[in-house]
Design a protein around this ligand. Sequence first.
Ligand code: SF4
Length: 533
Amino acid sequence: MNKIHRKSAISQTSDLILAAHKQGEDLLWGRYERQLPLCAFTDNGLSCRKCFHGPCRINPFGDEPSLGVCGADRDQIVMENLFQATLAGVLETARFGSLLNGRGSVQEFPPLESDLPSKAQKKLSAAGIVPVRKEQLLEVQNSYFSHKGYLSKTLMDLTRLGLIHYRWLKEISALLDKLPYGPPLFAAEGANILLVGYPPLDLLPSLHQQAGQLGRGKKINILVQGEAGLSYLPAIADYGTLELALAMNLDALITTPQASWPALEVLAPKFGIPVILLEGAKPVDEIASQAINLALRHRLRGSYITASRFGPPDSYQGKQKSVLANPGRVKEAYQAGRIQGVVVILGEANVKQTFFERTLILMENCLNKRFLVLAGGQLAAQAAPLNEELKKRLAGRLSSLAVEEEIEGLSSLNYFGSFYEIPKVVAFLKNLTQEEGLARIPVAVAFPEFFRAGVWATAVTFLSMGFAVQIGIPLPFWGSPALTEILLKEWPKISGGTFLAAPSLPSPQEQAQELIAFIEAQKEKRRNEASDP
Ligand code: SF4
């Protein structure tokens, strides 16, 4: 506990961690520390357990073993691990899409070419990668291992996967927009139910209906995970892990069969929070009334382990989200010199780094350079504490930007919600980058912290659509120098995407400088092109 300040850059987190500690729980940080030291083979992508001859591992220093039992070498094993991580991330999203609309999932995607920035579209067409089809999830070439001669071509399969992932995100976004629910509401005095995993759609109307009947005027909030926040349910502001939400005023937990965080089911009862498991056999009305009754009873007792309360999770969204619908205003601001570029920051806290520190350093540096910043995923759910911390670091500069918002109609820092808003982000970025010459705005997408394969697949999606992507976690793919070369050199040729990542992860400050240098170099390139057409 004496290293508590290293666990999160958000100061409110300390009380929650200490309260959990008093209950005898050290949460994910303790479980991580008991994993150390991490296996260096696996950490570099040099181990394989794809078949039952294995698991096999490759010596990273050139000694034996240099081949797996089947003969696969380090390049093939690392590439396969990269490929499987990307596929797992795409399937994570596709499963939710199928759950939302089972019949829709077998229908073919509409063409995506019109969503692509024009340069990416030309390159991807020339490479024969577009159009993409859903069934290509099963057709990608390295169904077992990439042949040595096919290694660089595997990146074309990854690009296909990235585009298929985009189509799934777009399909989900369209389905959610059609649902007959209003924007998310949150009542500070209400009982709080957290829904983990993807719920069957008939559970939601049932929960709302029973909340009205059983609540007898008492408010009930149904909250979801920040990274998967749905447009009609508020995302939980949990300071980076759902385990911390258990130490706030949570009144009941519903977990679905695909729920992440297995620890929650065990931890919640220890913190006195009732858990409702969504089982196939139970009618949804029964689950909904059980959850509402348990939450109301818990709320009456008011037995929370800290005095910390959930804030309104969407307080910084709303009108700021509208920046996505106003690329014209952003272009005007760029041409007038009020902003210098656009940076999208996506992700979620990762136990290997101080929660949100790298994100905050990127935000701080970008705002100081007058870049327009858009943050999403779990970061959007933590908008209030992130902004509070930024205000301290920028020493009042953020409030002057808020004044600027009133004058110019544009805020420098914007939160846009969950990953299902990404198609709107892509349309926005495409609009900013389709101009010619000096009017073309330099943009980059940064993932300073994340842990899920679905987030990695989203990074691949942006690379596949021709954007620049910066990664801020140590990736488990650096055990093959040949693959590193392929990742850094081939993506610009295939889609125009630029991958800003390296085997030795830079410090957060160095990474912020890299991002700034990239945006400034793009601007300089356009200036030179304009002066020497
Ligand atoms: S390296 Fe080859 S033999 Fe070893 S686990 Fe992987 S697939 Fe099986």
